[in-house]
Design a protein around this ligand. Structure first.
Ligand code: FE2
Length: 197
């Protein structure tokens, strides 16, 4: 059974003006879809056709001959996760138990945001900024290219895509402005809290 492009959790113009329908049309409609199409070609006719995406990511990560499969599978997962990390009228401070955990781990929301932004902006080249759970502790990490926390003993809680394709049409070279808008206007803290539960 082939993988399909998961539906966006909101309308393609729902994140305007902070993330435009135009960039969604390319980022979701072209880039994310291409990863799905590529993975389907790679697994066609193999026993991986009946394997879950997570299992494909884990087995491909452990096999250097399957780098192409890993890259496409992990990028499918990372992008689906990323779309769910945003919502219309999102962003700002989290509430409740999640806010308390972020305060405990980082000192305050402001310190969390500063570290998250610095880590995501500082990822040289293509990759992802993440809030993860590792060994019961909240951590901020960056991964290059398609790399994803699940192969590193970490549980993904929040991600921002910092590949240029994620922001160039709206923000050009201003990656810091994109990550700031992501934090201030787009983050879906309900999704993050659900990942932590
Ligand atoms: Fe992307």
């Amino acid at each position: 059974m082939a993988f399909t492009l998961p539906p966006l959790p909101y309308a393609d113009d729902a994140l305007e003006p902070d993330y435009s329908a135009r960039i969604i049309s390319f980022h979701y409609g072209k880039h994310h879809k291409t990863y799905v199409d590529n993975l389907n070609k790679l697994i066609a006719g193999t026993d991986l056709e009946s394997t879950s995406l997570e299992e494909i990511i884990k087995l491909a990560a452990a096999d250097p001959t399957k780098a192409g499969m890993f890259n496409n599978a992990a990028q499918i997962w990372n992008h689906t996760f990323f779309w769910n990390c945003m919502k219309p009228k999102g962003g700002g401070k989290p509430q409740g138990a999640l806010a308390a955990q972020i305060d405990a781990a980082f000192g305050s929301y402001e310190k969390f945001a500063e570290q998250f932004k610095a880590t995501a902006v500082g990822r040289f080249g293509s990759g992802w900024g993440w809030l993860v759970l590792e060994g019961g502790a909240l951590k901020i990490v960056a991964t290059p290219n398609a790399e994803t926390p699940m192969t590193k003993g970490q549980v993904a809680l929040l991600t921002v895509d910092v590949w240029e394709h994620a922001y160039y049409l709206d923000y050009q070279n201003r990656r810091p402005d994109f990550v700031q808008a992501f934090l201030d206007k787009l983050v879906n803290w309900d999704f993050v809290a659900a990942n932590l539960a």
